[in-house]
Design a protein around this ligand. Structure first.
Ligand code: MN3
Length: 199
């Protein structure tokens, strides 16, 4: 049993002009593809082979750097493609909206906190909206770490994540990470985020 690179449910052109097709194709086939292959190679024949990705990430502090980095890369990109899937609600609704209001006061305040986490993450990493003890919080992580990891500064279950590695935006935005973060916000499929919130 090994992990498989998921097929996208939409075309590489589907997020244009905000995320260009070339970036999507390289990001999915080369970057996500490499994390997946390298994860399988690192797990092969070892004690963690056959475990779920969640089980593996929960022990990030004790597994090898290769499994931590590639396992994080595998999981994080799966989530990223899912919450960017075209269609779905353009704004949070229902119980998710209530939870956002409880935690942040407004969607605008959440957006501001999320953008700040994404823009101020130094170097490569991710910003997250996650559930921690049934409350929504925003955080960021370096490299391919994520909130499921025992080593994460802020732990919980991620329901929304933005990749702020330069490979996610450089062709279109060069050094303008804030513009990419702003564009990302308008691409979020809130039905997918709600599914993760409820899951
Ligand atoms: Mn990436």
């Amino acid at each position: 049993m090994s992990f498989e690179l998921p097929r996208l449910t939409y075309a590489y052109t589907a997020l244009e002009p905000y995320i260009d097709a070339r970036t999507m194709e390289i990001h999915h086939t080369k970057h996500h593809g490499a994390y997946t292959a390298n994860l399988n190679n690192a797990l092969h024949g070892g004690a963690w082979e056959g475990k779920t990705i969640e089980e593996i990430l929960a022990s990030a502090g004790t597994i090898s750097a290769a499994v931590r980095n590639n396992g994080g890369g595998f999981y994080n990109h799966n989530l990223y493609w899912e919450i960017l899937a075209p269609g779905g609600a353009r704004q949070p609704e229902g119980v998710l909206l209530d939870a956002i209001h409880d935690a942040f006061g407004s969607v605008a305040a959440l957006k501001e906190a999320f953008a700040k986490a994404a823009v101020t993450r130094f170097g490569s990493g991710w910003a997250w909206l996650l559930l921690q003890d049934n409350k929504l919080v925003v955080s960021s992580t370096p490299n391919q770490d994520n909130p499921l990891m025992d080593v994460a500064e802020v732990k919980g279950r991620p329901i929304l994540g933005i990749d702020v590695w330069e490979h996610a935006y450089y062709l279109n935005y060069q050094n303008r990470r804030p513009d990419y973060v702003e564009a990302f916000w308008s691409l979020i499929n809130w039905d997918e985020v709600a599914r993760k919130f409820n899951g």
